[in-house]
Design a binder for this molecule. Structure first.
Ligand code: ADP
Ligand code: MG
Length: 611
């Protein structure tokens, strides 16, 4: 029998002694971010002071400024601000209660919907990052509040602190870091300047180092797109990525509902197909730099983009792995994908030529993106362009308009993967009025497969799979012809000494062509796929093609006329030559085969000169 018991309630207790080393060690991966945190707090304090002054009609406040001063002799870094300051009670409340964020409390008290506060902090842990580089931290602060008295706080990184009267005479706060012996790199001016540029360059408030302002403020993404010209964007690109060629295009993100994101992303000029790069997107949170490594923010195919994204709803200490599954980040990512697709559509509508020029460089990325993102596929499908053998670029819809047979359900798209080696077949098909698309990028063989699976309207066939049928004349084959065709096939195979070869006979409209190879489309694709993976261009024992002999051609007629004779050297010569010519129309002969071909050509030339 089970006895029912009332569940007991308990409370998990946390010992602060244990938490300090954890913060020091695990909260942030890099020590240098202490500066980002302290500067953010200083900037927050300044924003809060302005905000309060407006709300409580306290009159004008001095212009906000954060100054960082380095004292090598005393080994201190002081971060001073003229923000709202803290009273003794506030220091006790906000600083000494770990994970109690004064920023959150402020937001609930002062935030209103119409106006963004721009407060950065909300985690209540940033201040303690100072102990990653300092063995002792002091605070000198004077609150803006009437009759407030200056206070002084100090702590050596244990759970004990001292608090007493201070000596600051102006409203604001100094944070004094006594730098640990192994962190003295942070006493170097150059090091701190680099960090200001990295983390604080675009903060809206002046950040000075030893009284010299170092940051740029007002980055371009905070402005309205309507106010900006192309040059503003290209100049900004240059400041972000000096010495780079002008970008191909850019998108300005400027959303505040239903989620908040600002930023400018550039599509760089590319030189190589599927060039791999390290992501060059800088992630900001309210103009404070967070990370360069934003690989998980955008889908892989958009990591070619360069620029800045400001995600105000992202906490500063977000971990990289957390980014990917964050719903807010997913929304941003979706939005960027949509903007890129919209931009491409816009350019293709506005300036076809400019679009095509650009398309030649970027199509592998776009195709790759389409294969990875359904929404992107839908939006980009109408603009995907292929070069045709006439040199023009055409979309699939345009191709269908001019090339689809009324009677067919689908549009058959004829393509060539190599316009040089397939030149003669292409020429014969063009004579028949067929338009042929050149699909010679590495991604194309995958891409066409994908298009076929997505849409029921298109079917891709390579020139060598359609040529034999397309070039066929309309004449019917008689029974008599059928039996002589069998003789022809037997003779041809005997001459080549190849019994396994697949041979057919057809009547081609153009009698000059002795034979063509017919390739099975699905087999061809299978071999292509396997060659991509294995690096081998054929599958042993698998014949890729059927030889189609043209019974209208005089050389083929000659083979037939001697089909019943045994060991005819002339017939063998012609058969071999017909086969080589057919093969050469799709792929150059190699090594020994080429040597034999030349030798045979010479013999034939001598013969025809003597005749
Ligand atoms: P958060 O910024 O996420 O709130 P912090 O640990 O960085 O957490 O800071 C804790 C709190 O201490 C802040 O919210 C703020 O109330 C107070 N504070 C820190 N630095 C300053 C400063 N320079 N001036 C005024 N208040 C500050
Ligand atoms: Mg903070």
């Amino acid at each position: 029998m089970s006895k029912s018991t009332t569940p007991q309630k308990g409370k998990i207790s946390i010992h602060t002694e244990n938490i300090f080393p954890i913060i020091k060690k695990w909260l942030y991966s890099e020590h240098e971010i202490f500066l980002r945190e302290l500067v953010s707090n200083a900037v927050d304090a300044i924003s809060k002071r302005h905000k309060i002054a407006i709300k409580e009609s306290l009159g004008a406040t001095p212009e906000g400024r954060v100054n960082i001063s380095l004292d090598k002799e005393n080994k201190t870094i002081t971060i001073s601000d003229n923000g709202l300051g803290m009273t003794k009670d506030e220091i006790e409340k906000y600083i000494t209660q770990i994970a109690f964020s004064g920023a959150e409390e402020f937001l609930s008290k002062y935030d209103d919907k119409e106006e963004k506060t721009g407060i950065i902090g909300h985690f209540g842990l940033g201040f303690y990052s100072s102990f990653m580089v300092a063995k002792k931290v002091e605070i000198n602060s004077l609150s803006y509040q009437k009759e407030a008295e200056a206070s002084h706080w100090s702590c050596t990184g244990s759970t004990e602190y001292e608090i007493s009267e201070g000596n600051r005479t102006e409203v604001g706060t100094d944070i004094i870091l006594h730098v640990s012996d192994d962190q003295t790199e942070y006493l170097e001016e150059a090091r701190i300047e680099t960090l200001i540029k990295k983390y604080a360059n675009f903060l809206p408030i002046e950040i000075a180092l030893n009284d010299e302002v170092k940051n740029e403020r007002n980055p371009l993404w905070t402005k309205q797109p309507q106010e900006l010209e192309d040059k503003d964007y290209t100049d900004f690109y240059q400041t972000l990525f000096p010495f780079q060629q002008e970008p191909l295009f850019w998108i300005h993100l400027n959303v505040d509902y239903p989620f908040n994101v600002q930023g400018i992303l550039y599509f760089p000029r590319m030189s190589h197909e599927l060039e791999t790069h390290k992501s060059k997107i800088k992630l900001f949170c309210k103009q404070v730099f967070v990370t360069d490594n934003s690989e998980n923010v955008l889908p892989e195919f958009l990591t070619v983009l360069q620029g800045c994204i400001d995600c105000p709803e992202l906490p500063l200490n977000v971990s990289r792995s957390a980014l990917q599954n964050d719903p807010y980040i997913q929304k941003i990512s979706k939005h960027v994908v949509k903007k890129v697709a919209d931009k491409l559509n816009e350019i293709s509508k506005q300036d076809k030529d400019a679009f095509i020029t650009m398309w030649k460089d970027i199509h592998p990325f776009i195709k790759y993106g389409m294969m990875n993102d359904d929404e992107f596929y839908k939006k980009c499908e109408p603009i995907v362009a292929f070069e045709s053998t006439s040199g023009e670029f055409t979309t699939l819809a345009d191709y269908a308009k001019t090339n689809k047979n009324e009677s067919d359900e689908k549009t058959t798209i004829i393509y060539s993967t190599d316009k040089n080696s397939q030149a003669s077949t292409i020429a014969s098909l063009k004579e028949q009025g067929k338009e042929i698309l050149l699909l010679d990028a590495r991604i194309d063989s995958h891409f066409i497969q994908f298009v076929e699976s997505k849409s029921n309207n298109f079917e891709f066939k390579s020139v060598d799979s359609v040529a034999a049928d397309a070039l066929q004349s309309q004449d019917e084959t008689t029974d008599e012809e059928k039996s002589s065709n069998d003789d022809l096939i037997t003779a041809f195979k005997t001459d080549l000494g190849n019994e396994t070869l697949t041979v057919e006979v057809a009547k081609l409209g153009n009698e000059e062509i002795p034979a063509i190879l017919k390739v099975d489309e699905s087999l061809k694709r299978m071999v292509e796929m396997s060659s991509m993976m294995s690096g081998k261009s054929s599958i042993p024992g698998l014949s890729m093609h059927t030889v189609v002999l043209n019974s209208n051609n005089p050389a083929v007629k000659l083979i037939l006329s001697k089909a019943k004779t045994d060991n005819d050297t002339e017939r063998q010569l012609v058969s071999e030559h017909v086969y080589d010519l057919a093969r050469m129309a799709s792929k150059p002969l190699e090594g020994d085969e080429m040597a034999k071909f030349i030798k045979r050509s010479q013999t034939l030339l001598v013969k025809s000169s003597q005749a």
